[in-house]
Design a binder for this molecule. Structure first.
Ligand code: ADP
Ligand code: MG
Length: 493
């Protein structure tokens, strides 16, 4: 592929070497397991966690004479993903055989797509703290997963588990447009969010349903692209960041010593935090790609694509824009809420017909803060959207103060129940009765004559008086009413 450099070098991302600055260049190849009950070319189940070789059909075991039959659901999922990546969809694509030998590959080849993938160029937008970056997607193609070899179960034997053999993968290849470990992590996070919104891959890296191969090279800022190394199968977003940092420094070290980078495939050792050589890079011709004679080209109509496009869910970028324009949220809050569809839906349930900013504040700061602290998520949240909405209503209507609302949240979190009823039964209502407030205000003023004199010269002391009254009322006095009355009585108006 001819590479066009679309990025302007940014000194903030440079690595400082002994001989000057270096720029990191990164491209990602992500393998995403297609969400589908059956495999790409057989009816065998894709269920995770079954006993070895439970999910294997004769096709997956490559028994002689078996023929692959394309699973249309996987094709639909690949097209939907392409649409979600704003990519060009190819109405005709071709399945090729990628030939290599490995015990967990009984066919002796992987069915993949080489020259004509189902999805062409697309893009992913990254909202970095200081800028928005567009990362090019080169292509998305469908291919089969291989099985798994198990070498460590018995001292002298190896085993092969074909449960994954033939499972549908989408390989999503980025352009080398990423320029830092942070951008690479943001890219994976955003891609995973999009896949999850679409329901085309569950994005669980710890179960292997999303795996990243990370291509890293370094160059002088804005200069010629350097030789890259490919770090295979990194299985967490954090490790991707670590692998890039390590690998870029390793390459800078070699180049500054006058050496050259060998194009090779490397592994990331997450225990040592370093990459090490696995094999020299194979070239496409090593695989003797050719069109699979058992399969017709994959063809569908534009109408088929249009229909899928019409039924796509709202995607994170659009949702974020809508949260900002319709609810008046900040970009920062909108980002947090749309990161997962479940949080966005939860927020909309709380915000419906209410003060949306107040709702966002309670969802993000109180609820998410607490869920994080206790290692829970929305699915296991003790406080429902209905309950949180009721708390927001009570604050908005002035029934309770913000401070009491936190106590109320605590009660709902630990004991459950209807927030309005709890407020009623436990006498938590905010005191807006001016007579009751006045009694406390008079008491505090009477007890602190010297502070009153000081406050006349230094109005900042008003806050101290408000605090005293609030304390005396056990947080139940309406702070605005308290402040107004104090100003008037001390004579600050
Ligand atoms: P191959 O077909 O050999 O795997 P590709 O051209 O398809 O190579 O690129 C594979 C990945 O490597 C892509 O994600 C691409 O963006 C990335 N890449 C290509 N050149 C570089 C480079 N010089 N530095 C970093 N990444 C690169
Ligand atoms: Mg490749």
């Amino acid at each position: 592929m001819t590479i066009v450099d679309v990025r302007t070098p940014d000194p903030k991302k440079f690595i400082k070497g002994a001989t000057g600055d270096w720029e990191i260049v990164i491209g990602m190849e992500v393998h995403a397991q297609v969400t589908s009950e059956a495999k790409l070319f057989s009816g065998a189940s894709t269920e995770f966690g079954k006993d070895p070789n439970d999910n294997v059909s004769l096709v997956d075991a490559a028994m002689p004479g078996m023929l692959p039959v394309i699973n249309e659901e996987c094709v639909r999922q690949a097209i939907r993903t392409g649409l979600g990546l704003k990519a060009e969809i190819n109405l005709k694509s071709v399945f090729d055989r990628k030939n290599y030998f490995y015990p967990d590959l009984p066919q002796g080849y992987q069915i993949s797509q080489f020259k004509q993938p189902v999805v062409g160029e697309g893009k992913i937008l990254l909202d970095m703290p200081e800028e928005q970056v567009e990362i090019g997607v080169e292509r998305l193609h469908l291919e089969q997963d291989a099985g798994k070899s198990l070498h460590d179960q018995h001292p002298t034997m190896s085993f092969v588990d074909l449960n994954r053999s033939g499972v549908a993968l989408m390989e999503i290849v980025s352009k080398p447009d990423l320029r830092s470990a942070d951008e690479a992590k943001a890219y994976l996070t955003k891609l995973r969010t999009i896949l999850r919104y679409l329901g085309t891959c569950d994005g669980n890296m710890d179960q292997g349903s999303m795996r990243a191969d990370v291509n890293v090279s370094v160059r002088r800022p804005g200069g010629e692209f350097g030789t890259r190394c490919e770090i295979k199968n990194v299985n967490s977003i954090r490790f991707v960041g670590q692998a890039i940092e390590y690998e870029a420094r390793r390459q800078v070290g070699i180049l500054e010593d006058g050496g050259a980078i060998d194009q090779e495939t490397r592994l990331f050792d997450s225990v040592k935090g370093e990459t090490r050589s696995m094999r020299s890079k194979e070239e496409a011709h090593d695989y003797r790609y050719f069109p699979d004679p058992d399969l017709l080209p994959l063809e569908f109509t534009q109408a088929f694509v249009d229909d899928l496009a019409q039924h796509l869910p709202e995607l994170p970028d659009d949702k974020k824009a809508r949260f900002i324009s319709d609810y008046g949220l900040t970009a920062y809050d909108a980002d947090i809420l749309v990161a997962e569809k479940a949080s966005a839906d939860f927020f909309e349930e709380v915000a419906g017909g209410r003060d949306a900013k107040l709702a966002a504040n309670w969802v993000i700061n109180e609820l998410f803060g607490r869920l994080n602290k206790e290692g829970k998520d929305l699915a296991t949240s003790p406080v429902s959207a209905g309950q949180l909405g009721a708390i927001v209503d009570l604050i908005k209507e002035g029934v309770i103060s913000g401070k009491i609302a936190k106590d109320l949240f605590e009660i709902v979190w630990t004991e459950g129940g209807d927030p309005a009823k709890i407020v009623e039964e436990r006498g938590m209502k905010q005191v807006t009765d001016l007579g009751a407030i006045e009694a406390i205000v008079d008491e505090i003023i009477g007890a602190n004559p010297e502070k009153v004199e000081q406050a006349k010269a230094k109005p900042g002391l008003l806050g101290w008086f408000v605090g005293q009254v609030m304390k005396q009322s056990q947080g139940k006095a309406n702070p605005q009413a308290v402040s107004d009355m104090l100003k008037q009585k001390i004579g600050l108006e």
